[in-house]
Design a protein around this ligand. Structure first.
Ligand SMILES: Nc1ncnc2c1ncn2[C@@H]1O[C@H](COP(=O)(O)OP(=O)(O)OP(=O)(O)O)[C@@H](O)[C@H]1O
Length: 328
């Protein structure tokens, strides 16, 4: 294997059961992999095992830059950012340079080395602030800057954006992506949010029940669910079996691609069902429809006036504007 981090035949056991089984995975230096999965899928278990940080029973090989990974090698190579930022006492600057100081650099050298990262992550105005006075978004920005300033060969990110509001999260993701570009760092982001995968990672692996179910370029993986489990994870929550569509395979569709037909003169052959409920979501209206083969969720973007919608219990037609075919 080339520069980066990877594993072969990785298995993790705890509490008498297998939590994870990954035959092979490699993240090359300079690339970012998102590990996307639902709660309990084993994402953190995988991250900790790869970083030699696991307290569970782990078997298999972890490879770092083409060599079997050892704890001392990994300690030198690795930086990690967790869901909750853990900052030391002192200023923001003290925190950002702490990784470099730990590696024996003088304070002055460490500040010079860290400054481009402070600029890249937009922390100039906060450097003198007491780290304990920061908001969670600012604190997470500091812990990411600290990790980057240490010049890691491997960066492990365990849901670091999940506690942030959507604007803070989008800004930090964009800044981090720009900061990582051109760096010789293999980055792994654990997340349950496909938008984060899209914003940060060139590659994505879908992890469900401790197994990687799909792996490839992020755009490809997010738009090509292979089975009902991965379809759900990727937001294709409407399942349309052949009985409903007359097609050879089950189709899956996102709610935003599924709409009620509101114009009675539009007579295209659509899926038929009964309107169960409507929910105003502000910028969109959700409409739930019961069909002979299960429920469908429609999402009408923009304002749909209540008067435009048929009454609850009406027979309705549902149009699927974009669907994927499941072959397994
Ligand atoms: N010591 C343990 N003994 C038994 N099972 C465990 C132990 N530690 C973790 N698990 C189980 O391992 C599975 C994977 O946990 P893990 O934290 O890796 O999932 P995750 O994908 O990171 O989930 P989340 O998104 O909720 O953080 C879970 O079902 C969890 O209950």
């Amino acid at each position: 294997m080339s520069a980066g981090i990877g594993c072969r035949d990785l298995r993790v056991h705890a509490g008498g059961r297998e939590l994870l089984s990954v035959p092979e995975l490699h993240v090359a230096s300079g690339r970012t992999l998102a590990v996307l999965g639902p709660n309990g899928a084993g994402k953190s278990t995988l991250l900790r095992a790869l970083g030699l940080l696991s307290s569970h029973r782990v078997s298999g090989r972890i490879v770092l830059d083409g060599r079997p990974a050892t704890r001392p090698l990994m300690r030198q190579a690795l930086a990690a950012v967790l869901q909750r930022p853990i900052l030391r006492r002192g200023t923001v600057a003290d925190n950002v340079i702490s990784g470099l100081r730990f590696r024996g650099m003088s304070r002055r050298e460490a500040r010079t080395e860290a400054w481009p990262w402070i600029e890249a992550l937009g922390l100039e105005s906060l450097v003198g602030r007491d780290a304990r006075s920061l908001s969670i978004g600012e604190a997470q920005r500091v812990s990411i800057t600290r990790a980057l300033a240490a010049g890691p060969r491997v960066l492990l990110l365990d849901e670091p954006f999940s506690g942030l509001d959507s604007t803070t999260r989008a800004d930090l993701l964009a800044d981090l992506r720009a900061a990582l570009t051109g760096q010789p760092t293999a980055t792994i982001l654990v997340t349950h949010d496909r938008q984060e995968a899209l914003a940060l990672a060139e590659d994505t692996a879908l992890l469900i029940d401790g197994r990687i179910r799909q792996h490839g370029s992020t755009a490809e993986v997010l738009d090509h669910p292979s089975d009902a489990g991965t379809a759900r994870l990727l937001g294709y929550t409407n399942l349309l079996p052949p009985a409903l569509t007359g097609r050879a395979h089950t189709l899956v569709a996102r709610p935003e691609h599924t709409q009620l037909v509101l114009d009675p003169s539009d007579q295209t052959d659509d899926v038929r069902g009964t309107l169960r409920r409507t929910v105003a979501l502000g910028s969109a209206t959700r409409v739930d429809v019961d069909t002979s083969a299960g429920a469908l969720t429609c999402l009408h973007l923009g304002d749909v006036l209540a008067t435009e919608l048929p009454p609850i219990g009406s027979d309705v037609r549902v149009r699927i504007r974009h669907a994927r075919s499941l072959t397994s």
